[in-house]
Design a binder for this molecule. Structure first.
Ligand SMILES: [Mg+2]
Length: 433
């Protein structure tokens, strides 16, 4: 049944709605709409100038409309009179092909047509920094191995529990919070769900963590590698395919309790990993996380080769227990919709072509990686990843050619801007040649 947002406004005491969408760079854009105007907006959408955000549009394009998905209605826990809504964007009566939420929906339809639904959970890591983002906010957080540090976690009790209480009240099934492996770094976990639900919540989580941190005089950043020498912020995804209530990756007779279908899916992820990096590691900074030297804690906890393993965190794909796998490639900058869409598109190609993931490796990749002769390496920078994405025809087809073309065009522009930047390092290394 259609949810009537005007009715919800009086029922929940909402004075405003935040009609939002996520652009190709993962930025959330929104209009704040008074409850008195929500009925019309629910039907026709909120108008935006597409060119003004990262969507590869022209200033001459007509108005773009964000049509809210009423199922996503979420009163802001830190401002309960405002109801947040994720939307799908339309222009000239048609859905916008490169809109990230629609890209995910399109890949999900391909999965549904084959009888599969993807469920996933994400592990969001982030740093709490000073408001200007240049230093860790907690000056006492200096341990060499700070992971799970109880003192440092409890010093941030007020902000962490405000976010966790909000997730509990929203019914997300929040179940644990910890201090992560870098000084100033935290992770908060909630229950897995359908890929679109998880992606919408992931968008909201980032918005909420940043907003609540700001309220406490801090800054929450999901930047993949904000501090050289410290572990970066990943966004590991746990993935399984389902048919209704049945987990199709679970098979008692399969190696490590994973079905043949599960291994084919992993085969697709392995096959397309370098192209996937363009979506899962979407910034120049991302490559300082996945290709990093050892950090002060002793490990980077991020992959640098395209390999899979059992319950071993030094590989790109880990099978922690029967019935699912963990993709450890993505980082905090990944667009929540494109993260899910990319993994699903790659996995479906593996399933339809019955791709073999190759041999499982059980070694410590951080110390013994050099002994593996044929392991494919991950891209060393954003430009290599974008070129790799362009080279993966099945990924392009599943995600949509026009989306991929727009994405590569805008991200190549970002790369060019970075390359044109003259750095201090460059000056020092080159001045006296
Ligand atoms: Mg973690």
């Amino acid at each position: 049944m259609m949810i009537d947002l005007a009715g919800k406004a009086s029922e929940l005491g909402l004075k405003y709605f935040l009609i939002s969408y996520t652009d190709l760079f993962g930025s959330q854009r929104a209009k704040l709409v008074p409850a008195a105007a929500i009925a019309g907006m629910q039907k026709n959408g909120a108008g935006f100038a597409g060119f003004a955000t990262w969507l590869d549009m022209s200033p001459a394009d007509s108005d773009m409309f964000a049509i809210p998905d009423p199922a996503t209605l979420t009163p802001l826990p830190w401002k309960p009179e405002v109801g947040w809504l994720a939307s799908d964007i339309w222009m000239a009566g048609k859905p916008v092909a490169q809109a990230p939420r629609l890209v995910l929906k399109r890949v999900m339809e391909q999965a549904n047509a084959l009888g599969y639904q993807m469920k996933s959970g994400v592990e969001c890591e982030f740093f709490l920094t000073t408001p200007d983002g240049t230093a860790i906010a907690d000056a006492a957080d200096i341990a060499a191995k700070p992971c799970y540090d109880a003192q440092a976690l409890l010093r941030r009790y007020d902000v962490i529990t405000e976010i966790c209480d909000a997730m509990l009240a929203l019914g997300w099934g929040a179940y644990q919070n910890d201090h992560e492996d870098a000084n100033g770094q935290f992770e908060m976990n909630w229950h897995y769900d359908d890929a679109l639900v998880t992606a919408d919540r992931h968008v909201f989580f980032k918005f909420m963590a940043k907003s609540i941190a700001e309220k406490h005089g801090l800054r929450a950043t999901f930047m993949p590698k904000p501090f050289l020498g410290l572990t970066g912020s990943g966004c590991h995804a746990h993935v399984s395919l389902w048919d209704g209530g049945k987990n199709l990756f679970e098979d008692d007779a399969g190696e490590l309790g994973v079905s043949a279908l599960g291994y084919n899916f992993i085969g697709g992820v392995i096959k397309h990993a370098d192209g996937l990096a363009a979506l899962l590691n979407p910034t120049v900074n991302s490559y300082k996380r996945i290709n990093a030297p050892r950090t002060v804690s002793g490990a980077t906890w991020s992959p640098n080769t395209v390999t899979y393993s059992g319950n071993n965190r030094t590989h790109m794909v880990r099978i922690p227990e029967p019935g699912r796998f963990e993709m450890r490639l993505a980082d905090g900058a990944a667009n929540p919709y494109l993260l899910q869409a990319g993994i699903l598109a790659a996995g479906l190609d593996g399933v339809t072509r019955k791709l073999d993931p190759g041999k499982r490796l059980d070694i410590n990749m951080y110390t013994d990686g050099h002994t593996v002769k044929n392991a494919k390496r991950l891209p060393l920078n954003l430009l290599d990843a974008l070129r790799a994405l362009e080279g993966h025809a099945p990924l392009r087809a599943a995600l949509g050619e026009s989306f991929v073309a727009s994405y590569i065009k805008l991200k190549t522009g970002e790369w060019n801007e970075y390359s044109a930047h003259l750095s201090d390092w460059e000056r020092k290394a080159t001045l006296d040649v």
